[in-house]
Write a protein of this length. Structure first.
Ligand SMILES: *[C@@H]1O[C@H](CO)[C@@H](O)[C@H](O)[C@H]1NC(C)=O
Ligand SMILES: *[C@@H]1O[C@H](CO)[C@@H](O)[C@H](O)[C@H]1NC(C)=O
Ligand SMILES: *[C@@H]1O[C@H](CO)[C@@H](O)[C@H](O)[C@H]1NC(C)=O
Ligand SMILES: *[C@@H]1O[C@H](CO)[C@@H](O)[C@H](O)[C@H]1NC(C)=O
Ligand SMILES: *[C@@H]1O[C@H](CO)[C@@H](O)[C@H](O)[C@H]1NC(C)=O
Ligand SMILES: *[C@@H]1O[C@H](CO)[C@@H](O)[C@H](O)[C@H]1NC(C)=O
Ligand SMILES: *[C@@H]1O[C@H](CO)[C@@H](O)[C@H](O)[C@H]1NC(C)=O
Ligand SMILES: *[C@@H]1O[C@H](CO)[C@@H](O)[C@H](O)[C@H]1NC(C)=O
Ligand SMILES: *[C@@H]1O[C@H](CO)[C@@H](O)[C@H](O)[C@H]1NC(C)=O
Ligand SMILES: *[C@@H]1O[C@H](CO)[C@@H](O)[C@H](O)[C@H]1NC(C)=O
Ligand SMILES: *[C@@H]1O[C@H](CO)[C@@H](O)[C@H](O)[C@H]1NC(C)=O
Ligand SMILES: *[C@@H]1O[C@H](CO)[C@@H](O)[C@H](O)[C@H]1NC(C)=O
Length: 479
């Protein structure tokens, strides 16, 4: 009998509300029951109120639907419709079950089950675990308000390929078998935690369906995230990819959440390339780099901060224990005007041009500059200007008292201006003395000349020493 004929007969017989088809014939119609990966029926397939059981087998092979059960009725009702035990049910949909806990140990009898769907009910938690090698390939637990799964609940589902956990209240993705390809729907779980998603992605290969409706949140306990701002799942997946495929020999870890009002919150990463013996900064950095750690390398210059576009959005630089000689390359860079942390401890800085930080450290006290264990060239200017600057910027420069001089055994903040600037001071004083002496001498000379002239005019002789001086050729001019 051809399939068309069966359908025609069935259609005709349905009109007579009677359609008897044996199991073998029905198996050819099974696609009607299981569409795609999963088995799902509407309320219209629920047993009618006059049915003695709350479960009923469907007109297609090995499929059944149960509705409006509570936890006391579950076992009996499954038996009532010959679903548990010898019933050989492969596809089961239970709608609107009020179970509080779904204990998977109760399901061990349903050993033929391949499509298990329990939706639109009230289940708080899932306990127990499936029997080993249960052949369930699609598990749909959508719309139940489930809060948590026991650790090992799903680990024995070796054939699992589709898991629908949407519209629940989960904060974590339950564990399941390690290998194989599982597609999970976690949409509409408003308490899903992003850190848990990162962990889930680390332990299993996961594919998500309904990605555009899936979000997660961060909590206080993760780094210093403190936000209930939801982040699209797609971002978590991208960051996970970045984590697995960061710059060579670097790690990329989610570090903070960038919240700009009116925009979707974005996850930012810290790129950690410390301890590589590198002599120059790595490039290009991932687009969402927030912090770069290149400590313990042999890096000499910071030029990329003003030339490389991938360095424009960095807010934190940790470059301790390197060979950096100058911070001048940062001048005018976007990093300098926006940085939160600039850590250049134990480098080869020779000077600290404080002017490049003017208007930058002044406005904001949250910025942190760490430059301890550098040995600067110390002079009167360092003693007078730099020392005072360091003392006034203590809030920003916590290690202000660990900055040393290269040319003397001293800390910059211990420099004594009156000593370092002494020679210069003496010299200027000396000039003043000479000038004063010269002025006094000059005034004396003029007074003497005036006196000589007066005496000469009144008494006609020249006082000493002018009288004793030999006549000079020009003297006749006066006489
Ligand atoms: C769900 O089942 C309960 C009984 O367990 C029933 O009172 C309620 O009306 C059902 N809800 C729906 C939407 O069918
Ligand atoms: C249950 O189903 C099995 C196999 O399909 C059948 O042999 C058995 O008679 C059924 N029992 C009842 C009570 O319907
Ligand atoms: C799982 O059940 C939900 C709720 O009934 C339904 O909306 C969804 O389509 C089902 N998922 C699959 C994959 O069949
Ligand atoms: C579940 O697993 C987590 C992480 O592996 C562990 O910390 C926790 O103790 C486990 N809980 C139980 C009940 O085994
Ligand atoms: C479950 O998977 C195993 C191999 O992993 C396969 O041999 C078996 O046929 C599968 N069972 C079902 C019911 O699909
Ligand atoms: C969902 O779970 C969170 C904690 O994970 C809880 O605070 C909240 O009340 C739950 N919401 C519902 C509707 O159960
Ligand atoms: C896993 O399944 C998804 C969706 O079914 C598919 O896009 C992906 O290519 C599969 N991956 C592997 C490795 O089989
Ligand atoms: C998800 O959203 C992206 C962009 O917002 C869009 O390109 C894509 O088609 C959407 N996917 C689905 C399945 O709706
Ligand atoms: C974190 O957020 C909570 C509430 O959203 C707030 O009470 C608390 O002060 C915040 N903590 C910090 C360190 O910002
Ligand atoms: C990464 O580290 C390995 C082993 O230490 C080294 O052989 C390789 O050259 C490094 N790659 C880069 C880009 O530094
Ligand atoms: C950066 O990586 C180094 C070595 O790989 C590690 O010791 C250090 O703790 C990491 N730093 C951060 C902030 O993750
Ligand atoms: C980096 O510096 C360390 C210690 O100063 C030195 O041992 C090492 O040879 C340097 N590496 C390179 C590549 O210059």
């Amino acid at each position: 009998m051809s399939r068309v004929a069966i359908i025609v007969i069935c259609f005709v017989t349905i009109q007579l509300s009677w359609c008897r088809l044996d199991d073998d014939t029905l198996s050819s119609l099974r696609t009607n029951c299981v569409i795609g990966h999963c088995f799902h029926r509407g309320v219209e397939d629920c047993p009618s109120p006059e049915n003695k059981c709350r479960c009923q087998k469907l007109q297609c092979k090995n499929a059944a639907v149960c509705c409006n059960l509570n936890k006391f009725q579950l076992k009996e009702e499954l038996a009532c419709a010959n679903i548990s035990g010898s019933g050989h049910v492969e596809a089961l949909h239970i709608r609107n079950a009020s179970l509080t806990t779904l204990n998977l140990e109760d399901w061990r009898k349903l050993k033929y089950l391949r499509y298990m769907t329990i939706t639109d009910g009230q289940i708080n938690s899932v306990t127990g675990e499936f029997a080993k090698h249960t052949s369930v390939s699609c598990l749909n637990l959508s719309s139940n308000g489930i809060i948590n799964f026991e650790n090992r609940s799903l680990v024995n589902l070796y054939n699992l390929s589709f898991l629908d956990l949407s519209h629940n209240n989960l904060s974590d993705v339950p564990r399941f078998k390690k290998d194989g390809n599982v597609t999970v729907d976690i949409s509409a779980n408003s308490h899903m935690l992003c850190p848990n998603l990162f962990n889930a992605l680390q332990r299993t290969e996961l594919h998500f369906s309904n990605i555009n409706n899936s979000f997660c949140i961060f909590t206080k306990t993760f780094q210093w995230f403190n936000s209930t701002e939801s982040v699209p799942l797609i971002q978590v997946i991208e960051i996970d990819k970045l984590r697995k495929d960061c710059l060579p020999n670097c790690t990329c870890e989610p570090k903070r959440l960038d919240i700009v009002s009116g925009k979707q919150a974005t996850i930012k990463v810290e790129v950690n390339c410390s301890g590589q013996n590198w002599i120059s900064l790595p490039r290009p950095l991932p687009a969402n780099t927030f912090a770069l750690n290149v400590s313990n390398n042999n890096i000499t210059g910071l030029e990329l901060f003003s030339s490389d576009p991938s360095y424009q959005n960095i807010r934190e630089l940790y470059a301790d224990n390197n060979e950096i000689t100058s911070i001048l390359p940062l001048e005018g860079s976007q990093f300098l005007s926006n940085f939160v942390v600039l850590s250049l401890r134990n480098n080869k800085l020779k000077s600290l041009p404080t002017y490049i930080f003017s208007n930058i450290l002044d406005r904001n006290n949250f910025r942190s500059l760490r430059i301890g264990l550098n040995r600067l060239q110390c002079d009167c200017n360092a003693a007078k200007v730099l020392k005072v600057w360091l003392l006034t910027k203590q809030k920003n420069i916590q290690d202000y008292d660990e900055i040393y001089c290269d040319n003397m055994d001293m800390k910059v903040i211990d420099l004594n201006p009156s000593k370092l600037c002494q020679s210069q001071q003496d010299w200027t004083d000396y000039i003043y003395y000479i000038i004063t002496a010269e002025v006094v001498l000059f005034a004396g000379l003029i007074a003497k000349v005036v006196y000589d002239y007066y005496v000469f005019k009144t008494s006609g002789y020249l006082p000493w020493p002018a009288s004793k001086m030999p006549k000079l050729p020009c003297d006749w001019l006066c006489e």
